[in-house]
Each structure stands twice: as structure tokens, then as C-alpha cells.
Design a protein around this ligand. Structure first.
Ligand code: PEP
Ligand code: MN
Length: 360
């Protein structure tokens, strides 16, 4: 990987000339497994070796981690490979043990970020630490919970902060294990531009074949780094077997990923870019204009329905519109997912307008 952009804070101190890479197994299983993986990641672009010691498992009876014993293995990783180490902490006891055993970076898992009580307990336990602490997004797509987690740590005097985008759970079957909802990560970055943001393609995809693609998207969106689950025998991993890649695959990925610059000082590029942006601004204004017109028509329909005492929601008509628009969109190169999202939003706004007229 080549040069990226100016880095900040703890990330700045690492003086990397490429995005941060955190790699290692989902779980520490045995001392041999941990050291074998670590030695294969030694002398690569990997800065931090990860391994879960305490594992939050959705259902009981699954492998819940080796516990404090694994902290000795992480110490050995540091001694033998020079890599920094990291693990997940979920309560005050974990924090105490991890700090005592000199783990360099602690992350807070998605199942902890959802709970303000747990977040506060962690913030109190971590108060004043100079360790780096990363907060994974909560399992549900709630930006405020994620920001709140960071704020609690900040208030506790923790200076070296970062965030991990690991996707969001959904009841719908999708190709992802946790849908990325990239906009939410972008909103996070807008709110906290100085907090390094790392992408976790392993938990987003749940499948090793998709890890590269999601990593590339993250780099295209200027994420500061990647956390990628890596195991020498992924198929036989004790947790998250389907999503882990081998060290060999990871090393190849690091060569193949394209790092984009944030901008380019060249004048021709900049004037072409402003030209295209001006065109986008014109089209965006036209879209707003059209939406305004569309809602005026909806107001007219609302008035008519009111007069005749007809219900606002007409499902049959709505499904016809959706089907037609998906086909038309396809011809213009617009994805079905986008058309459905856009028209659902338009339909909702239209219903709100008609409701206002009918109730008014
Ligand atoms: C993990 O990183 O192994 C993990 C449990 O992640 P998450 O909190 O994102 O589920
Ligand atoms: Mn995992």
C-alpha cells in the first residue's frame, strides 16, 4: 500500500504511509494458534494483532473465549513479533486485566456500544488511560448511540480514541451478515472528523470472498484503516469460520487494494472537477423542483380523496408505480435497491401531504 493522507493523534504517531491494518483471529484459541498466525503477519503492513479473549456470543453454548489466559499469549506475540496487540473488553474486570497485561489497544464491541450502562462502566474503568480505545458501531443503526459511546470515553479523559464500522444487524436476508449502511459511517465522520475511523469488512460481510470488495469500498470512502479477521486454518476456526481469511490472502489483499488520494493539486483536474460539480448542483436543484411539483399534485389528489371520502393509501396503485419505476430505472442504470428506497421515501412524503389535506 502506498501513501494516503495526513493522519492524526495515535494514528499519526504510528507514522504509517498506508491505512492502518489490524489483523488476527476472531478468537484466541490456543497459544500455538495465536503465535502461528502472529508470526505469519510479522513484517507485513499489519500494525496491530487482534484476538478476542472474551467473546460475546449471541447464543449460549458456543465458544466464549479462553479468558484471561489468552493475555499471556498476546504478551508473547508482542515479544516475539514486535506487533502491538488488541482485544475486546466488555466490562470493568476485562479492562483491568487488559491494562495490567499491557494490551496496547482495546476495542468495545457492537453489543456493548448499544448499552449506555455498559459504556459508562467501561468509560469509568478506562478513565485517564493512555491506551487507544476503539468503539465499534452499535448492532442497530443508531448514530447517537455510537457518538454517545465516544463522548462517554472522551469525558472520562481518554485521548486516544477511534471508531470501528462493523455494519448493522437486520432481520431481512441480505448478502451481508451486517449491512454496511455506509451513509451512517459517513455521518459519523462528519460529526467527529478527527476520530480515526476503521472499517471491519469481516463482520460486515460474514463471508471471506466479499472481504476484499468491502475493504476497497472503505478505502474509496477514505476510511483510516481496516480490521480484518485472519486465521491460518479459517475453516476450523472456533468462531466466525466463514469470514476469516488466511494470512497469505491478507498479504495479497494489502498489495491489491488501491489507496486513493484525498485530492490532487493539479489545476486541470480541479477545474474539470468543479465543472462536473456545477452540473451536479444544477441537477440536484432540478430534483428538488420536481419533488415540489410532485407533492403539489399529491395535495390535489388529497383534496379530491377528501371530497369523496376515499382512503389515502391505495396499495394496488402504489405497487404498479413501483414495478414500472424499477423497470425504467434499470434502463437508466439505476439499481432496484435505489429505486425502491427512493420511491418509498417519495411515497411516504406524498402520503404525509395527503394526510395533512384530509385532516385539515
Ligand atoms: C469481533 O470483533 O470479534 C466482534 C465480536 O465484533 P462485533 O462486536 O463487531 O460483533
Ligand atoms: Mn468475529
Amino acid at each position: 500500500m502506498e501513501n494516503k493522507k495526513e493522519m492524526r493523534t495515535w494514528l499519526d504517531d504510528l507514522k504509517l504511509d498506508h491505512p492502518l491494518v489490524i489483523a488476527g483471529p476472531c478468537s484466541a484459541e490456543t497459544e500455538e494458534q495465536v503465535l502461528k498466525i502472529a508470526h505469519e503477519l510479522k513484517d507485513t503492513d499489519v500494525s496491530y494483532f487482534r484476538a478476542g479473549i472474551w467473546k460475546p456470543r449471541t447464543r449460549p453454548g458456543m465458544f466464549e473465549g479462553v479468558g484471561a489466559l489468552g493475555l499471556n499469549w498476546l504478551k508473547k506475540v508482542k515479544e516475539e513479533t514486535g506487533m502491538k496487540t488488541c482485544t475486546e473488553v466488555a466490562n470493568a474486570a476485562h479492562v483491568k486485566l487488559a491494562i495490567e497485561n499491557d494490551v496496547d489497544l482495546l476495542w468495545i464491541g457492537a453489543r456493548s456500544t448499544v448499552s449506555p450502562f455498559i459504556m459508562q462502566e467501561l468509560a469509568d474503568a478506562l478513565a485517564g488511560t493512555d491506551k487507544t480505545v476503539l468503539v465499534k458501531n452499535p448492532v442497530n443503526p443508531d448514530l447517537a448511540l455510537w457518538l454517545g459511546g465516544i463522548e462517554r470515553l472522551h469525558k472520562a479523559g481518554i485521548k486516544n480514541l477511534g471508531a470501528i464500522h462493523r455494519g448493522f444487524s437486520t432481520y431481512e436476508k441480505t448478502k451481508y451478515r451486517n449491512i454496511p449502511e455506509w451513509q451512517l459511517a459517513i455521518d459519523f465522520k462528519d460529526r467527529f472528523p478527527d476520530i480515526p475511523l476503521i472499517n471491519d469488512p469481516s463482520h460486515i460481510t460474514g463471508k471471506r470472498d466479499m472481504v476484499f470488495d468491502v475493504s476497497q469500498t472503505a478505502l474509496d470512502l477514505n476510511f483510516d484503516g481496516l480490521m480484518i479477521e485472519t486465521h491460518t486454518d479459517p475453516d476450523n476456526a472456533w468462531s466466525d469460520a466463514a469470514q476469516q481469511v488466511t494470512p497469505k490472502t491478507l498479504i495479497q489483499m494489502m498489495l491489491d487494494l488501491r489507496i486513493r488520494k484525498e485530492s490532487d493539486p493539479e489545476e486541470a483536474y480541479n477545474s474539470e472537477l468543479s465543472n462536473l460539480r456545477a452540473q451536479i448542483d444544477v441537477v440536484d436543484n432540478q430534483i428538488i423542483d420536481l419533488m415540489g411539483k410532485r407533492m403539489k399534485v399529491a395535495d390535489g389528489i388529497g383534496a379530491l380523496k377528501k371530497e369523496r371520502n376515499v382512503a389515502v393509501l391505495q396499495s394496488k396503485r402504489w405497487n404498479e408505480i413501483l414495478g414500472k419505476m424499477v423497470l425504467e430505472g434499470e434502463q437508466k442504470g439505476l439499481s432496484e435497491e435505489f429505486i425502491l428506497k427512493m420511491f418509498k421515501a417519495i411515497h411516504q412524503e406524498s402520503i404525509n401531504h395527503q394526510e395533512k389535506i384530509i385532516k385539515g
